[in-house]
Design a protein around this ligand. Structure first.
Ligand SMILES: Cc1cc2nc3c(=O)[nH]c(=O)nc-3n(C[C@H](O)[C@H](O)[C@H](O)COP(=O)(O)O)c2cc1C
Length: 170
């Protein structure tokens, strides 16, 4: 299968997860293109399968990921699609978790594309990612800094997708 793994990543942690998913799926013999969603993708119709992910900012996907999903709905809806988000809600809990596991706009995208699943992965944050005032607010809300990505969980999900791909025919 020719699989496109598309990502929207402000500071690289979502890109890292996209690349790790790609490595695992490649090990199952699939051809993988890992591509940023803020650049044009040619010949989208050639892909058999899509895995699309975005960092979560302000409770939503980054604009380029949502724009891509809306712009390419016709093509994507004809293929198996898996979605993932990368955020800190689950890691930090409390007020951060109140926004929920599914970012704003993602349920609508799932429905429009007929996506098979949405996963929320833990991401990473450093003080330099936030403006000074943002750092102050983040600390006051009990926020912590670090790389919380759970690579075993990411690889497990890739294995689950790989298992389902054995049942996908073009
Ligand atoms: C400005 C900013 C806003 C963020 N807003 C949220 C949010 O609303 N919900 C959440 O779970 N994580 C939020 N995060 C955490 C990021 O989603 C997390 O750090 C993620 O790993 C970033 O991915 P990236 O490195 O690919 O950009 C925010 C981070 C930044 C820098």
């Amino acid at each position: 299968m020719l699989v496109m793994i598309g990502y929207a990543s402000e500071h690289g942690s979502t890109e890292g997860i996209a690349r790790r998913l790609g490595d695992r799926l490649r090990a199952h013999g699939h051809s993988i293109d890992v591509r940023p969603l803020d650049r044009p993708v040619e010949a989208l119709g050639l892909y058999d399968v899509f895995v699309l992910g975005s960092a979560v900012h302000g409770g939503s996907w980054l604009r380029e990921a949502a724009d891509f999903a809306h712009r390419e709905t016709d093509t994507l809806a004809r293929r198996p699609v898996w979605l993932f988000s990368v955020g800190l809600a689950r890691v930090l809990g409390g007020r951060f978790a109140q926004a929920g596991e599914v970012p704003k706009g993602v349920p609508e995208i799932m429905r429009a594309l007929g996506a098979r699943e949405h996963r929320l992965f833990a991401g990473a944050i450093r003080p330099g990612h936030l403006p000074l005032f943002g750092r102050f607010v983040y600390r006051a809300m009990g926020g912590r800094y670090g790389d919380f990505r759970d690579w075993a969980e990411v690889e497990e999900w890739a294995e689950e997708i790989a298992a389902q791909l054995t049942m996908v025919t073009r």
